[in-house]
Design a protein around this ligand. Structure first.
Ligand code: NCD
Length: 330
């Protein structure tokens, strides 16, 4: 299985490539969990395995270049790179020469000249990761480009969903909220469709992009319809920073009609789960009761994130990880 040098989006990846990331990531996630809390023998074995992994990117330099705010994604990529033994340099907009007028292509060329093997880029413009990838030979990993794609988020969501629900083929996942401005929604529609999931999207009409159904999802116009019998729901924040001053709809109206709360989740399938990519506006798109409740996979998503990013870094940099499927065997 060939994996691309850059990860710019889920669109364009085949199912085999998605499965490859998920298989490596699942294995890494299990090892990390066992190292934290398994019985002594298991923990020792898992630690040895993680120690072996730690050499995978020895001598490689990973640069995180973030032109937008981030808590989870950036720390998760940096933790992932370090866990594989890479050196990490972190750049933010404020600290880079882009504020002095340098183009993105020139910035990444310079980072490559400094020695970067991988550049993890978050940028407000859709297509920025592609621009960067054209400029360098180093691997470019898209950590979110405008409202376009956020591929590692979709992959980590798929990992958490699969671990909780089993095979995803034929399952129904509802994505509710600001679909129009959400790269998370787009990447998830591509990823979940490839895995055989029926994807529903729903939200206020002003936040549903025209023609979204052409990506292979069903568009619904109420929270109730979207949740009816669904196996999972992903609540999305209103991306106010991409909308500007037009507060459509008001926060109060929005939460009344679209919030995922315990009443709303009762329509879902038994055992249904709730996801949110963060950052969460508690009480607006999701109630605290649901966010902190037994259906919530939100903290597990963060845990999946480190494992998925370790898998993506190693696959794009062609690091030699042991083949998946041999866990537990000597
Ligand atoms: C998301 C993003 O940046 O697209 N956050 C994240 O990476 N976990 C979602 C958001 O900002 O609402």
């Amino acid at each position: 299985m060939d994996f691309p040098r850059h990860l710019l989006g889920i669109d364009g990846l085949g199912r085999g490539q998605i499965e490859a990331v998920l298989a490596v990531a699942a294995r890494i996630k299990r090892a990390r969990a066992a190292a934290r809390g398994g019985d002594d023998a298991q923990a020792a074995q898992a630690r040895a395995e993680l120690d072996r992994l730690r050499a995978a990117l020895a001598g490689k330099l990973v640069v995180t270049l973030f032109f937008e705010a981030s808590t989870r994604t950036r720390s998760s990529f940096e933790a992932a790179a370090r866990a594989l033994g890479a050196d990490v340099i972190a750049f933010q907009k404020e600290g880079s020469s882009v504020s002095k007028g340098e183009t993105l292509a020139d910035t990444v060329r310079n980072l490559e000249a400094v020695g970067a093997d991988a550049i993890v880029l978050r940028h407000p413009a859709a297509g920025a990761a592609r621009v960067a990838a054209r400029a360098v030979r180093a691997s470019v990993i898209n950590a979110g480009d405008g409202a376009h794609e956020h591929p590692t988020q979709a992959l980590l969501d798929a990992l958490s969903l699969r671990e909780k629900l089993g095979a995803l083929e034929g399952k129904t996942v509802a994505i509710i909220g600001d679909i129009a401005h959400s790269r998370v929604a787009r990447s998830n529609i591509f990823c979940l469709s490839q895995l055989g999931v029926r994807v529903r999207v729903a939200g206020p009409r002003t936040l549903l992009p025209m023609g979204i159904e052409q990506l292979g999802c069903q568009v619904l116009h109420s929270r109730e319809q979207a949740l009816d019998g669904a196996d999972a729901v992903m609540a999305l924040r209103i991306q106010q920073e991409r909308i500007g001053d037009a507060r459509l709809p008001s926060t109060k109206d929005y939460s009344l009609r679209w919030r995922i709360d315990s009443g709303a989740t009762q329509r879902m399938a038994p055992g249904a789960v709730v996801l949110h990519p963060g950052p969460v506006n508690r009480g607006v798109e999701i109630s605290s009761e649901v966010l902190d409740g037994p259906r919530s996979l939100v903290m597990d998503q963060v845990d999946s994130g480190v494992a998925v990013r370790m898998a993506v870094l190693s696959l794009t940099l062609r690091a030699n990880l042991p083949a998946p499927g041999r866990e537990g065997k000597p």
